[in-house]
Design a protein around this ligand. Structure first.
Ligand code: ADP
Length: 262
């Protein structure tokens, strides 16, 4: 990893941050937040200084996935007056979920949501980071546009399922990054297959070939294929990412490999 340090110092909003990586998807529910969290924790386990911004204002799930309190106290850095990020599993994080009431639906209009993402970059004391990862909302809305216009992103990781239906939207997302010259670091195909624990038989529940197809069409590497494993879901719900809860699991190995190839 650390292949993108060429972009270091080109980030006017966060001069201490070396690499900024957006994790994006065409639609929701494909495992974008799961991949963001596990990649962030895997990079930190490998010794990198990592931050994670939960920019998915419409469904902030990072606090839950990192086992952070619903309404944590956010402290200010006395010197700069900036918000101090929270820490979990060795990564620094901030989420729109920390700032809003969990039970009230977020019906912010574009400008407010874009304001929040800007604030996460300028009003949070990130300090020195090797990687700052953005868990974006699905699709190609205001938040994505604000982000790509605010800083020169080092790259984007695209998460998809093998299913064709998710590919229409995901292509739009990839084209958005390419249009503004953000390198697409690669495709992560999630929920690629399921191995029945009793028989060892492989089931391709959401079809197959989506990741390969995208990779070919956009000349972006297929970074990895993550199977369906109920432990991943449980890990998300209980705030213990699989790279922590079960580092020997095949899925954890695949995720660590993806992190190393970023
Ligand atoms: P998104 O961020 O794309 O909306 P999430 O990361 O929130 O998606 O994932 C949606 C749900 O699917 C969550 O409950 C998550 O734990 C689960 N999940 C994600 N990837 C996997 C996987 N490979 N195997 C099993 N469950 C998964």
């Amino acid at each position: 990893s650390a292949a993108h340090t060429a972009n270091a110092a080109a980030n006017p909003l966060m001069p201490g941050v070396k690499n900024t990586i957006a994790v994006a998807s065409g639609k929701g529910g494909v495992g974008k937040s799961t991949v963001s969290v596990n990649l962030a924790v895997a990079l930190a386990k490998d010794g990198a200084k990592v931050g994670l911004i939960d920019a998915d204002v419409y469904g902030p799930s990072i606090p839950l996935m990192l086992g952070i309190d619903k309404n944590p106290r956010i402290y200010q850095d006395p010197q700069t007056g900036k918000m101090l990020p929270l820490e979990s599993y060795g990564i620094k994080t901030i989420s729109i979920g920390f700032l809003i009431d969990e039970d009230s639906p977020v019906i912010w209009r574009g400008p407010m949501a874009s304001g929040a993402i800007k604030q996460f970059m300028t009003d949070v004391n990130w300090g020195e980071l090797d990687y700052l990862i953005f868990d974006l909302p699905p699709g190609t809305g205001d938040i994505q546009l604000t982000l790509v216009q605010s800083i020169p992103l080092s790259g984007a990781v695209i998460v998809t399922t093998p299913q064709d239906i998710s590919l229409v939207d995901v292509k739009k997302a990839i084209r958005m990054f390419q249009k503004v010259n953000v390198p697409v670091l690669g495709i992560v195909e999630n929920m690629s297959y399921f191995i029945a624990p009793d028989t060892g038989k492989k089931y391709e529940l959401f079809g197959s070939g989506g990741g390969e197809k995208l990779s070919k069409e956009f000349s972006a590497p297929l970074l990895g294929k993550i199977p369906i494993n109920p432990d991943i879901r449980v890990g998300g719900d209980y705030g213990k990412p699989i790279v922590i809860s079960n580092p020997g699991a095949e899925e954890a190995k695949i995720i660590r490999e993806i992190a190393r190839n970023l």
